[in-house]
Ligand binder design. Structure first.
Ligand code: NAD
Length: 425
């Protein structure tokens, strides 16, 4: 299998939409180049007293529509090309939902699961000091992503406040409530995806009870999605995390409340999780992540990492809908095959935009010194997601194209205006 560079995938996706709408070549050229690429050394004193230096990144892709915005990822496979792609996707995503941000993303190449809690805190604070000169509430506002948590956001906000000499909660979002976080941020990504899926289900006149679902990745995005879908009557038949996957062999469907509880118990006990015999006894069979992607389901929800649905396996995907909670789970080759097979991809830059939308609400509350309740947050989120879905669906019909290209077209209209204004073209 060849290595797929996610930034090249992001540019191919842009190219497809650009051709269809005859995009001004100047706009296209601007969007192909991140505005700033910051690479930093992240020194950390480990528990044994030794100093280790990790590699960190912050890519600021485009700021024509507002401050750079996007998460921070701590993952052993994180590299510059991944962060560049994630930053570009943030630019299109914020434009798709019409929130006043540009796109950025950051990360550290590290296996953070191997760190002690004290080392993780020192790493997060060291990274905050390293990127402090480049971020700020009106410049660049990070957030959580894979293997980063509200607690890590709180450490970064605190350290940034120390470096700059004044508390600035609006420098980062996804904070715990007591550190200036927003109601609903923890469930926002999945909630936004749920609104998008519901919009599409209505268009197709399909009912939740008819739909079997497989979810890849059981973190912030995937586990909350499992709960929302289960509560709405969808049947979850397969789930996975980095350790492996489980398939329901009964006809009952999986109960996410039970999965979450067991995951916590097993994690606390420090034992094996997905391969635990509990599941086998209860009618759950262990399968591979590759098998999960090809499971006999109606909806596949990739909620882990990039490059999962590719030219190598797209022919064997059985789902009718791919709901992309992860960023970049489908490669352009995978997309082509899915489109030919009339499988609808509800694309990342629309489907997972609920997270950044509630991050925007958090930032807005911090900037204005306000606190909104959960109902306010979700009413606003639902409207933004429904409007974005309607605009993307309309572009899909108008240009007779797939939903991803339609989402790019919708984003490009807003981006073109902002870029023209910024450069005075
Ligand atoms: P997380 O750290 O909470 O969870 C990641 C999950 O993926 C974990 O369950 C992990 O075990 C699993 N995983 C890792 N490697 C895997 C593999 N090879 N196969 C299967 N599962 C694997 O992260 P998250 O915040 O849920 O992010 C997941 C995806 O959603 C990422 O692509 C992220 O960029 C995207 N996303 C997240 C947010 C957000 O607000 N958290 C917003 C938009 C998009």
């Amino acid at each position: 299998m060849t290595t797929i560079n996610p930034f090249e995938s992001a540019l191919k996706q842009l190219e497809k939409a650009a051709k269809l709408v005859n995009l001004d070549p100047k706009i296209n050229e601007i969007l192909r180049h991140p505005e700033h690429i910051v690479q930093v050394a992240v020194p950390v004193i480990m528990d044994d007293g030794a100093l280790k230096v990790f590699e960190g990144y912050r890519v600021q892709h485009n700021s024509a529509r507002g401050p750079y915005k996007g998460g921070l990822r701590f993952h052993p496979q994180t590299d510059l090309n991944e962060v560049k792609a994630l930053a570009a996707w943030m630019t299109w995503k914020c434009a798709v939902v019409g929130i006043p941000y540009g796109g950025g993303k950051g990360g550290i190449t590290i296996d953070s699961k191997k760190l002690s809690p004290a080392e993780l805190e020192r790493l997060s604070r060291s990274f905050a000091r390293a990127i402090a000169p480049f971020i700020g509430p009106t410049v660049d506002v990070p957030a959580p992503d894979v293997y980063t948590t509200p607690q890590i956001m709180a450490w970064i906000a605190d350290e940034y406040g120390k470096v700059t000499g004044k508390p600035s909660p609006a420098v980062i979002t996804g904070k715990p409530l007591e550190a200036g976080g927003s109601q609903g941020r923890d469930t926002a990504t999945a909630q936004g995806g749920f609104y998008v899926l519901s919009g599409f289900m209505q268009k197709m006149n399909w009912q939740p009870a008819q739909m079997k679902v497989a979810i890849q990745g059981y973190g912030n995005a995937g586990s909350v999605m499992a709960q929302l879908l289960h509560a709405a009557g969808y049947k979850i038949v397969a789930v996975s995390d980095s350790k492996g996957a489980l398939l329901d062999t009964t006809s009952a469907g999986m109960n996410p409340a039970h999965l979450a509880k067991t995951k916590k118990e097993k994690t606390f006990a420090g034992g094996e999780y997905w391969n635990g015999s509990v599941y086998v006894r209860e009618g759950y069979k262990t399968i591979t992540n590759a098998e999960l992607l090809e499971a006999d389901v109606d909806i596949l929800v990739p909620a882990a990492l990039e490059n999962q649905i590719t030219g190598d396996n797209a022919e064997r995907i059985k789902a009718k809908i791919v709901l992309e909670l992860a960023n970049g789970p489908t490669t352009p080759e995978g997309d082509e095959i899915l489109a030919r097979r009339q499988i609808t991809v509800l694309p990342d830059i629309l489907a997972n935009a609920g997270g950044v939308t509630v991050s925007y609400f958090e930032w807005d509350q911090n900037m204005k010194g306000e606190t909104w309740d959960k109902a306010q947050v979700f009413t606003k989120l639902e409207k933004i997601m429904n409007d974005a879905f309607a605009a993307v669906y309309a572009a899909k019909e108008k240009y007779n194209t797939d939903m991803r290209t339609a989402a790019y077209i919708s984003a490009l209209e807003r981006l073109s205006q902002a870029i023209n204004k910024k450069y005075g073209w």
